[in-house]
Design a protein around this ligand. Structure first.
Ligand code: ADP
Length: 163
C-alpha cells in the first residue's frame, strides 16, 4: 500500500482542505495530514490548536491520521515510510509555487511522487487566509469551516479585541 502525506499549514483547516483529504483517502485508503511547523510563518493558531481542529474536523473519516513536523518535508515522508505527497490546487495561481515545490522535492528524493487534487468548485476559492480576514472583519465563516474552527476563531478574535 502507498502511504500518503498531505502537508500544509492548516491555519486553520477549511472545507477545501477536508474536501481534498476525502478525495485522497478515497483513492489511497490512507492519509496523514501533516501540519508543518514553520518558525518563519507564525500562524494565528498554535500547533496544538491546529491538531485539535484537524482531529475534530476529520473525525469519522476512515483512514485519516494527524501529525506534525518541522524541517524538510521529504525527511518526514521518508521517516514515515511514505512515498506520495498530496497537495491541493485551487487555481492557476497555486500552480507555479506547487510545481516548483514538487520538482524540488523530486530532486531531493525521486522515489517520492507528488499528486495534485482539486477540491469541489464550491471550495475552490477558499483559503485559510481569506477565512481569517473574513472573521476579523466580522463576517460569518460558518459555510467555509467546520463548527469547531468557527468557534475557536470567534474566541480568539474576541480575546484579541478585549486586550
Ligand atoms: P501551505 O501553507 O503549505 O500552502 P495550506 O494549509 O494553505 O498550506 O494548504 C495546504 C494545501 O492545501 C496546499 O496545497 C493548498 O494549495 C491546498 N488547499 C488549500 N485550500 C484549498 C482549497 N480550498 N481547495 C483545494 N486545495 C486547497
Amino acid at each position: 500500500m502507498r502511504k500518503v502525506i498531505y502537508p500544509g499549514s492548516f491555519d486553520p483547516v477549511t472545507f477545501g482542505h477536508i474536501d481534498v483529504a476525502k478525495r485522497a483517502v478515497s483513492i489511497f485508503g490512507n492519509l496523514t495530514l501533516a501540519i508543518v511547523l514553520n518558525p518563519e510563518k507564525r500562524g494565528l493558531f498554535t500547533l496544538q490548536e491546529r491538531v485539535d481542529m484537524l482531529k475534530q474536523a476529520t473525525k469519522g473519516i476512515k483512514g485519516i491520521s494527524i501529525d506534525t513536523f518541522d524541517g524538510l518535508l521529504v525527511n518526514f515522508v521518508r521517516q514515515n515510510k511514505a512515498n506520495v505527497i498530496v497537495r491541493g490546487l485551487r487555481a492557476i495561481s497555486d500552480f507555479e509555487y506547487e510545481f516548483q515545490m514538487a520538482l524540488t522535492n523530486r530532486k531531493l528524493d525521486e522515489r517520492i511522487e507528488t499528486v495534485f487534487l482539486m477540491s469541489s468548485e464550491q471550495y475552490s476559492y477558499l483559503s485559510s487566509r481569506a477565512i481569517k480576514e473574513i472573521a476579523t472583519l466580522g463576517g460569518d465563516v460558518a459555510r467555509f469551516v467546520p463548527p469547531c474552527v468557527a468557534a475557536l476563531l470567534r474566541r480568539k478574535l474576541s480575546a484579541a479585541n478585549r486586550s
